[in-house]
Design a protein around this ligand. Sequence first.
Ligand SMILES: *[C@@H]1O[C@H](CO)[C@@H](O)[C@H](O)[C@H]1NC(C)=O
Ligand SMILES: *[C@@H]1O[C@H](CO)[C@@H](O)[C@H](O)[C@H]1NC(C)=O
Ligand SMILES: *[C@@H]1O[C@H](CO)[C@@H](O)[C@H](O)[C@H]1NC(C)=O
Ligand SMILES: *[C@@H]1O[C@H](CO)[C@@H](O)[C@H](O)[C@H]1NC(C)=O
Ligand SMILES: *[C@@H]1O[C@H](CO)[C@@H](O)[C@H](O)[C@H]1NC(C)=O
Ligand SMILES: *[C@@H]1O[C@H](CO)[C@@H](O)[C@H](O)[C@H]1NC(C)=O
Ligand SMILES: CC(=O)N[C@H]1CO[C@H](CO)[C@@H](O)[C@@H]1O
Ligand SMILES: [Zn+2]
Length: 331
Amino acid sequence: MNMMLHRVFFFISFYLYVTYADHIHEWDYGEFGPDVWYEKYPTCGGRLQSPINILTACTTYKSFTPFIFESGYNEQHSFTLKNNGHTIVGTLNSESNLSGLKLAGGDLPGTLELVNFHLHWGENHKSGSEHEVNGMKYAGEIHFVHINPSTNQTAVLSIFMQSAFFQNETTNNTVRFLDEDTRKEWKRYFDIAQTLKIEDNTTIIYLNLSLLMGKNLRDFWRYEGSLTTPPCTEGIIWTIFKEPIIFVESEFKSFRQNIYFEDYRSPQPLYARKIYRNFFNDTSSSIPDYSCCSRKDPNKPSDILKSSFEKLYYSTYLIYILLLYFFSITF
Ligand SMILES: *[C@@H]1O[C@H](CO)[C@@H](O)[C@H](O)[C@H]1NC(C)=O
Ligand SMILES: *[C@@H]1O[C@H](CO)[C@@H](O)[C@H](O)[C@H]1NC(C)=O
Ligand SMILES: *[C@@H]1O[C@H](CO)[C@@H](O)[C@H](O)[C@H]1NC(C)=O
Ligand SMILES: *[C@@H]1O[C@H](CO)[C@@H](O)[C@H](O)[C@H]1NC(C)=O
Ligand SMILES: *[C@@H]1O[C@H](CO)[C@@H](O)[C@H](O)[C@H]1NC(C)=O
Ligand SMILES: *[C@@H]1O[C@H](CO)[C@@H](O)[C@H](O)[C@H]1NC(C)=O
Ligand SMILES: CC(=O)N[C@H]1CO[C@H](CO)[C@@H](O)[C@@H]1O
Ligand SMILES: [Zn+2]
């Protein structure tokens, strides 16, 4: 009996240890979510982090050279869609008969190539975008990740996803879609992407990037930030387009139910960074300029609190194991 109990307790402790250790290098949007990423990935606590809240009244006008989307954007390219455990990521397959997806202009350094695109979404139609505009979230955000192969400079083109409700599915009268062709291309994407319910499941789809991006790529904001997922690498050039693309609420719902409930990081402190805009007249803000001055730089008191909590947690756990061990011997 004595020996038996001893073993049972040993296995319970071992199981708990393994369960914990198993998660040590993981991150997610729940238990190991954005608030604690920096513990395993210190860069996530850096000063050039993304996303941010764009206070439009605090942006600076700058004239940018126009973007040049080379001909590949008007062709159908083959993408592998994959459930990577965090989102559905679309990676360009190499094709010998097509020109690459090359992007220049927009004051980007050199010519960049599309590497992947993926979506972020949220638990309901009022959340899901990573960037915010004057504190407002969209229902989702699309990231088109580009890289300059000779310098490894990464630049992300980001487009907001707005959710449109169909109050009456048979008449559609509550919504007028901005661009029916863009809508159809995304519908094709969602029809197949929502079937990738299991991590590592993949499928192939041909997509026209210029259709996916839509026609409203004129006005944007620009700043320097980071990847919005671990390891949160900094030095990323962000372009956030002002006009959203409109989606159907049922598409978000299908992702929430079939893929992941939510997968977005909230805005990070701006610190000393500047946000530029390429459009002269900004009529979108009612926020007074003085709110831009609050660029305080506190030495996060919550960090100290967090680490002492952590110590408390681990010591409690150790004592618990020791007690278990002690009782299992004495019984
Ligand atoms: C891709 O979409 C653009 C319009 O955005 C269109 O001009 C072009 O013909 C399309 N390409 C293909 C291969 O469908
Ligand atoms: C060439 O590109 C088209 C799409 O425009 C694709 O359907 C076809 O499979 C490609 N052929 C090869 C040999 O890669
Ligand atoms: C770019 O990244 C690749 C892969 O991480 C690396 O092998 C290469 O040396 C990098 N190139 C430059 C110029 O930093
Ligand atoms: C939707 O609109 C159609 C046509 O106006 C109407 O017949 C139907 O009752 C409506 N359905 C709902 C659920 O309101
Ligand atoms: C409603 O919208 C869908 C998607 O755009 C379209 O296919 C359908 O024909 C529309 N229905 C009506 C009655 O307008
Ligand atoms: C911007 O505003 C000025 C002054 O109100 C106006 O004259 C100009 O036409 C506007 N420019 C654009 C591009 O809307
Ligand atoms: C195991 C599993 O879910 N497989 C799915 C992977 O994706 C393809 C294409 O969408 C599905 O047909 C499979 O059922
Ligand atoms: Zn992203």
